[in-house]
Ligand binder design. Sequence first.
Ligand code: N1C
Length: 301
Amino acid sequence: MPDYEFSPASASEDRPRGGTSRRVYVVLIVCLLVITFIMAIGIGVLVLAQRSSDSTDYVSGIILGRCLSLTRIARPELKDKDCKKILDAFKSAFVSKDPCNITKEDYQPLINLTADPVPCDKSLFWSGSKQLAHQYTGIQKEMFTLEDTLLGYMGDGLTWCGDPRTSEIKYESCPRRNEKCNSTATYVFWNVVSQKFAESACGTVYVMLNGSRDTPFSKNSTFGRVEVFNLRPEKVHTLQAWVMHNVEGVSRDSCSGSSIRELQSIVQQRKISFECHNDYRPARFIQCVKQPSHLTCKALL
Ligand code: N1C
């Protein structure tokens, strides 16, 4: 009998085998479903973990990258700084801590690792004029704003905070500063580094202020609250203010206005001489690059 011919005997023999293979199929399908389910969960967990570690990598990556690019490329005289240690000290200041109660002491280990003193007569403070101040020091390379030093450069433009429940850096959902949440990680950072920047200044120091604001000198600003009061009169003999006005904007206040007179009085009480220039010419030239045909710019020539 040919192999393919049906025989009752073989049919009866096949029945139990057919039942077994159906069971095998069912078991296989169930196994496949279970494996697929486990894999889906695994992939989900990986994606979530990846997302949350992205938030760590974002700030950590920028801080480490900025530290390396400044100390290894732009300012090789700082090549001995240990950027990995600096990143660890930065994170330890606020990671896993109450985001509303960061202290100056929390940042002390970071400060100790990042000393970058500015030569006398080369410190430029600013308030309300960040962009122009940076354009100025970008050209006048021997002058330094805080953001031209290692610490200021690393933190510029970033927001960060910790959370007691995790050891990760947050940056998207940090609490806003208010009466109940006074000492945020970023606010305390700028207070501490601005204080250090002012304490280490010497000789004549400069401040660029925004004369198109109602109060170019504000006692609530970091400059008015922290820096002015941390200049050391035994090292700083003169503060020279540059009151810059927008080329097209209105001139709200100038060297003779009440806000600058208030600054003058604070500085002189601290036994530091005070000088003031309206629209300091070298910085005015920079403003005029964008609007060379404006009347006040033509008048410069
Ligand atoms: O509050 P400000 O200016 O008077 O602060 C500026 C003053 C500068 O002289 C700097 O040395 O204080 C220092 N400083 C920074 O370098 C800095 N970089 C970025 C203070 N703050 C700094 N930031 C952020 O800008 C920070 O978030 C802070 O709140 C603002 C300050 O801007 P401002 O009012 O124009």
